[in-house]
Design a protein around this ligand. Structure first.
Ligand code: F0G
Length: 371
């Protein structure tokens, strides 16, 4: 059967009815790619998988939540949506609003979003408002504006966003046959880690530890239990924007990973619950570690994610070095957005192309020096 998006696939586990007008671009169903080379190169004894969310319709995981948020906004009669964004939410909101034929207003921090994301928001016809402030300022403003104006707020404080985002856990459990031992991801506004945890939690029998894959034999077993356990959740932040590790909000967040340049995460309590209940932890990664992790994935696995996305992998490398990951474990890393979103950062850290005469001999010379 033709895949037609995550609402159709998981409608029995999402708050939709037969009459809900589904707004979809075929999001979800992203590949779970096993890393073949990096475990050997890093010398780690573990099975590592990346869930490549950069392959969603607008190039990031935001589409999972946006299909739900825009669908429910349209169902409720909304004529326009609004969000604050570090880039990906605005790109996704703009695309789904275009699809739904409704208006879209996006607030972005001036000069601090990656080029591809800005191009998307502009191209899809949203009203792009660059504010002279950061994401946290924008978040406060859109919450105020949505109270007074006829606008549906589609940031992850909108509960339908997390409903859509939880489906990533369903897909991973289907692909692996169970939940992984660890799930590692970047954290900014903290909606995504909360959505992951919701999805994993809805997939297990929480009533009894011993239940395992009881196939419904236990009297408490929920109808949809599909996994024997939930993973340990590990949240990773950029060092200049790491309120979770610091235990307090950060006033002036700063990092090259602009998507997670956030000091005041909205889903603070939910994210702490995910980490505490799962026995997990938070890491912080320097910009240099983030860029190194991005390059490792691109150069050794052929997977090009944006810097913020690589923050999960950067944190995992720290965890392996510190011996925090049990050997023989299965680890899933969410790569939240595509590398093409931020060509400037990619080009700035790569070696420059060679310039030679358009002549066979010169090119053959160059090749032989590199063979
Ligand atoms: N990775 C990428 C590529 C992101 O765009 C974001 C968030 C995150 C990770 C963090 O996810 O906020 O759920 O903890 N981007 C938002 C935006 C804030 O506006 O695009 P989170």
């Amino acid at each position: 059967m033709r895949y037609s998006g995550l609402i159709e696939k998981y409608r029995d586990r999402l708050p939709v009815s037969a009459d809900t007008p589904v707004i979809s671009l075929g999001e979800g169903n992203t590949p779970l790619i096993e890393l073949r080379n990096l475990p050997r190169i890093l010398g780690v004894d573990a099975q590592l998988f990346v869930k490549f969310e950069g392959l969603n319709p607008t190039g990031s995981f935001k589409d999972r939540g946006m299909t739900m948020a825009v669908t429910k906004a349209v169902e409720g009669g909304a004529k326009a949506i609004i969000c604050a964004s570090t880039g990906n939410t605005s790109a996704s909101a703009a695309a789904y609003a275009a699809r739904a034929n409704i208006g879209c207003f996006v607030l972005i921090p001036e000069g601090k979003i990656a080029l591809g994301k800005l191009a998307q928001a502009m191209m899809h016809g949203s009203t792009v408002i660059q504010i002279q402030g950061n994401f946290d300022d924008g978040m406060r403003l859109v919450q105020e504006l949505a109270q007074d104006l006829p606008l549906s707020l589609v940031n992850s404080v909108n509960p339908y966003r997390l409903q859509g985002q939880k489906t990533i856990a369903f897909e991973i459990i289907e692909a692996l046959g169970d939940a992984p031992d660890y799930h590692v991801l970047p954290v900014g506004n903290a909606g995504n880690i909360s959505g992951h945890w919701m999805g994993y939690s809805e997939s297990v029998c929480l009533q009894t530890e011993a239940c395992g894959l009881c196939q419904g034999a236990c009297p408490y077993h929920p109808a949809k239990a599909r996994a024997s356990k939930r993973p340990v959740m590990v949240g990773n932040q950029a060092a200049g924007a790491a309120p979770f590790l610091r235990g307090e909000m950060v006033k002036h967040p700063e990092t090259i990973a602009t998507a997670i340049r956030i000091g005041h995460p909205m889903s603070w309590n939910l994210a702490w619950a995910a980490v505490r209940e799962s026995g997990g932890w938070f890491n912080e990664c320097s910009d240099a570690e983030i860029l190194a992790a991005q390059a490792l994935l691109a150069k050794h696995e052929g997977v090009f994610c944006e810097p913020s996305s690589a923050t999960g992998f950067a944190g995992l490398i720290q965890d392996f070095k510190a011996g925090r990951i049990r050997s023989g474990s299965t680890v899933v890393i969410t790569l939240t957005g595509h590398g093409l979103k931020d060509p400037d950062t990619a080009i700035a850290q790569s070696s420059k192309p060679h310039v030679v005469a358009a002549e066979r001999g010169a090119i053959a010379d160059l090749i032989s020096r590199h063979l």
